[in-house]
Design a binder for this molecule. Structure first.
Ligand SMILES: [Zn+2]
Ligand SMILES: [Zn+2]
Length: 357
């Protein structure tokens, strides 16, 4: 199929809490990119902060209105500019995409494993002029696409993007079978980290403040506790996935001698307390985690095997016309953390998630 021209419909946010579906220009066929017909989009805290106008990206001019959301998505390739590229997805493939589009030439990009931190990057649906997937179509570099395995539905595949971040956090915090792991926070990233750590054979504890989140964490195999309740110095692997002001102090209290903390929860304030003496005495490591570039395939395999179980994560699947309502709803508490927008009528019921709950 040739690259469609003309207009498409997209959800554009003009100011805090003001967005609507309206016609916009179809993306141009830039060399090395594919046009994807969007089938499902997951919404997360990053979207909530941009929607409410509180994101530091807005203050720093890294994201500007009108903003087109959508960085956790699944869709079907409808065109590839310049034709198919060997080894990459082709027209008709169901795909997910890494939102980080990096320059590839700066010093950060050339250092292996650090490309997500490229200072020149755009993030599709988040940062720079890179319209997101809350639209009929999204344009993505073919190199950023990963094919979705058979049997994984689009609404489930939207979990691949957040899962890559959770996987990266578990890597840097050196999760190992039989090890003691503690996950702070029971949102999407925390729950995915728990599911993966339990499946990997770790003994997993979860710390949270939200009753529904703690109940979910317990249902997927974690021992649950509130902040301050667990014994200090007991965990080789600690994932801080809450972003709460006091959580880094709690993480540095919980980490064992020689243990590692993966810091993924983005705090509302840049400066938060930390138990520096505890970290020094334990000889523990603290690793910041921005994204999980290169882990899409692993994330999709874990979803296809049911290790990452959408039933514990997705609260509801809604039609595109409810986009503004869903962005508002991100701010209030729910039984499960994730809201998904989906296009096909057959996917509008939360059938897959309800029946497996
Ligand atoms: Zn996200
Ligand atoms: Zn770069």
């Amino acid at each position: 199929m040739s690259w469609p021209e003309g207009e498409m419909r997209a959800f554009l946010v003009d100011a805090a809490r003001q967005g609507s579906w309206r016609p916009t220009r179809m993306p141009d066929p830039a060399p090395g990119t594919a046009l994807v017909r969007v089938r499902a989009v997951g919404l997360c805290g990053t979207d909530a902060h941009l929607w409410t106008g509180l994101s530091p990206n807005l203050q720093r001019g890294l994201t500007t209105y009108p903003w087109q959301p959508g960085h956790e998505w699944c869709g079907e390739v409808v065109a590839v500019a310049g034709g198919a590229v060997g080894g990459h997805p082709v027209v008709g493939d169901l795909v997910v995409g890494d939102p980080f589009v990096t320059c590839g030439t700066c010093e950060v990009c050339r250092r292996r494993g650090r490309a997500a931190h490229c200072p020149n990057r755009v993030e599709i649906g988040v940062r720079g002029h890179a319209p997101g997937a809350l639209a009929e179509f999204v344009r993505v570099p073919v190199a950023n696409l990963t094919r979705v395995p058979d049997g994984v539905r689009p609404i489930e595949a939207t979990l691949a993007e957040p899962a890559t971040t959770a996987l990266h956090a578990l890597d840097v915090a050196r999760l190992r079978p039989g090890g003691d792991a503690c996950v702070i926070g029971t949102g999407t990233l925390g729950l995915i980290a728990i599911q993966v750590a339990v499946a990997a054979g770790a003994d997993v504890s979860a710390v949270g403040v939200d009753d529904a989140g703690l109940a979910l964490a317990e249902s997927i195999g974690a021992t649950v506790a509130r902040p301050g309740e667990l014994a200090g110095g007991a965990f080789d692997t600690v994932i801080e996935a809450s972003g709460a002001r006091t959580s880094l102090a709690e993480a540095s209290r919980l980490v064992s001698v020689g243990g590692s903390i993966g810091l993924v929860g983005y705090p509302a304030e840049a400066q938060v307390p930390i138990d520096a003496a505890g970290l020094i005495m334990a000889g523990a490591s603290l690793h910041g985690v921005l994204g999980g570039i290169d882990r899409m395939r692993d994330a999709l395999v874990l979803i296809s095997r049911g290790v990452i179980d959408p039933a514990a994560l997705i609260d509801g699947v809604h039609g595109p016309e409810r986009a503004a309502q869903c962005l508002d709803d991100l701010m209030s508490s729910r039984a499960r953390p994730k809201l998904v927008i989906a296009w096909e009528p057959g996917e509008l019921s939360a059938q897959g998630t309800e029946t497996r709950a």
